[in-house]
Write a protein that binds this ligand. Structure first.
Ligand code: PEP
Length: 256
């Protein structure tokens, strides 16, 4: 049986100045910087990436961006490319977050282009999918997730599949305090695993980590992380304070 190393990734969104980010990273590193059983990732805004990267040097904590453009360079005002992220030792990148889909017009197609560009540049995508409340209430959850997964991963070869992490984030649970029940989450995670098996075959699909995201916090994490197909968490609000983020890392270590 394959054991997948759990991931706890903090999505800071548009929070923290560079200096505030460094202070947070220092606290995280002091508490779990040597943690080897869980992959710990922090994702500051672009302005804080380089300084956060320096603050986590020598630790096991990894650096992630929250977005990128699919082209390597060019006339794309306001954008940042994969080679630029790599040059400051970024290892992960969140792609297709529902806030980017909702507020910045990202589509399955643009997310797919970014994902392929990330893999080409040895960046590990944290690829977000998830349904809105209206979609869940109309019974469309699995169909919506299937379309996002299949379109987002188009053109990814099975050798690259294990470098992708999927994050299932029900939109109605993001920042709302409403968390999916463990049954709701595990159902969708198992469904995603099945899609990955169809796309990449069993061995590669079993290596892909599938994270849950949506109001995960220390009180609800142990039960979620104990589920067979929940391989960690993408954390918003609870990633902005060292104490709750570190507790989540410890919960993931205990759930191995
Ligand atoms: C997110 O938006 O990626 C997220 C997981 O947010 P929160 O934990 O605040 O619900």
């Amino acid at each position: 049986m394959i054991t997948r190393k759990k991931i706890i990734a903090g999505n800071w969104k548009m929070n923290k100045t560079s200096a505030d980010g460094v202070a947070l990273v220092r606290d995280i590193v002091a508490a779990v910087g040597k943690q080897a059983d869980v992959e710990v990732v922090v994702c500051p805004p672009f302005t804080g990436l380089e300084a956060a990267g320096k603050a986590l040097e020598g630790s096991n904590v990894r650096l992630g961006a929250q977005n990128m453009h699919h082209e390597a360079a060019g006339a794309f005002t306001g954008e940042v490319s994969a080679p630029m992220l790599r040059a400051i030792f970024t290892t992960h990148v969140i792609l297709g977050h529902s806030e980017r889909r909702l507020y910045f017009g990202e589509t399955d197609e643009t997310v797919n282009r970014k994902l392929l560009a990330a893999l080409k540049n040895q960046l590990r995508p944290i690829f977000c999918v998830g349904e809105t409340l209206a979609e869940r209430e109309s019974g469309a959850t699995l169909k919506v997730v299937q379309t996002q997964v299949e379109r987002g991963l188009e053109g990814v070869g099975k050798d690259h599949a294990p470098s992708v992490t999927v994050a299932y984030e029900p939109v109605w649970a993001l920042g709302t305090g409403k968390v999916a029940t463990t049954e709701q989450a595990q159902e969708v995670h198992a469904f995603i695993r099945g899609l990955l098996v169809k796309l990449f075959g069993e061995p590669a699909a079993q290596k892909v980590r599938i994270l849950y995201g949506g109001s995960m916090k220390p009180s609800n994490a142990p039960e979620l992380l104990a589920q067979k197909d929940i391989d960690g968490g993408l954390i918003g609000g609870a990633a902005l304070e060292a104490r709750s983020f570190v507790e989540l890392v410890n919960a993931a270590a205990a759930a191995r």
